[in-house]
Design a binder for this molecule. Structure first.
Ligand code: SAM
Length: 248
């Protein structure tokens, strides 16, 4: 399946960096976040003050993203509600990551933005759908399942993966994968006649699956990428390039 990728809520770029890795030629990543702008309502403003560092998140996002990718994604610095205006064309996306406000009313809106942006059989990923501190997300997610045709595909400890299209093709792909080798088990549940897979961590993934410079750097990257981090990354790339060009 081809299509663009959209992220609602990017903060310092951790998930956006990974989404950028998934882009294929001709595809576009759009991220939408308030960054350092004012929230549009008092509850959202209180959430922002409580949860996120208030300054420099846009420039920190850009620095972090550019440490891993040559070009920035399309950045919409605004409340996610602006995306209802159709600036992300309807049906243009194959993957939408929703990780912005945790307030019920906002998440309902974000799910609607995702539904409209997704192509048939595209996947939406909803973060924090069952965290203790985010009951509004849980309410909005399961409401979309029971009243708006969202079909669960995969539940992980943190994320709900679903589609408004046919969940079977992606289920088959998921079931064919050797999850145990990567340190997970997969169970199957039925919720109101909807079949859903559940991914559980059983053991630490084997060292081979955990290592790799990019994964390591992602884990080590501090909240704000410093010049030193970026310099180190460039040096690493340079050394790799030199190694590849050198004698075999
Ligand atoms: C949980 S963080 C995102 C984390 C990010 N996806 C990651 O993996 O590192 C939530 C982000 O949503 C943004 N946010 C909160 N309410 C928003 C709203 N109404 N519109 C746009 N962004 C919002 C915050 O600025 C914050 O950067």
């Amino acid at each position: 399946m081809r299509g663009d990728i959209l992220e609602l809520g990017s903060y310092l770029g951790r998930s956006a960096v990974v989404l950028g890795d998934l882009l294929r030629p001709g595809e576009r990543l759009t991220v939408c976040d308030l960054f350092d702008s004012e929230a549009g309502d008092a509850e959202n403003a209180a959430e922002m003050t409580m949860s996120y560092r208030s300054s420099l998140t846009r420039s920190a996002f850009e620095a972090n993203y550019l440490a891993f990718h040559p070009e920035l994604p399309v950045i919409v610095q605004a409340p996610t509600s602006v995306l209802a205006d159709g600036r992300v064309p309807a049906g243009s996306c194959r993957f939408v990551h929703v990780d912005a406000s945790h307030l019920y009313e906002h998440v309902v809106g974000d799910i609607e933005v995702a539904r409209r942006a997704l192509a048939e059989d595209g996947l939406v990923v909803l973060d924090d759908y069952r965290s203790e501190h985010t009951p509004g997300v849980s309410a909005a997610v399961w409401q979309a399942v029971f009243t708006a045709g969202l079909r669960p595909v995969l539940l992980t400890p943190m994320k709900f993966y679903g589609t408004w299209g046919d969940p079977e093709p992606v289920r088959e792909v998921l079931l064919a994968r050797d999850w145990r080798a990567e340190g997970y088990t997969v169970d199957e549940d039925t919720i109101a006649d909807l079949r859903v897979l559940r991914l559980n961590y059983v053991v630490q993934p084997p060292a081979a699956a955990r290592s790799g410079p990019r994964r390591l750097l992602l884990e080590l990257l501090p909240p704000v990428a410093t010049r030193a981090v970026r310099r180190a990354l460039r040096a690493l790339r340079g050394r790799r390039a030199a190694g590849a060009a050198g004698p075999r």
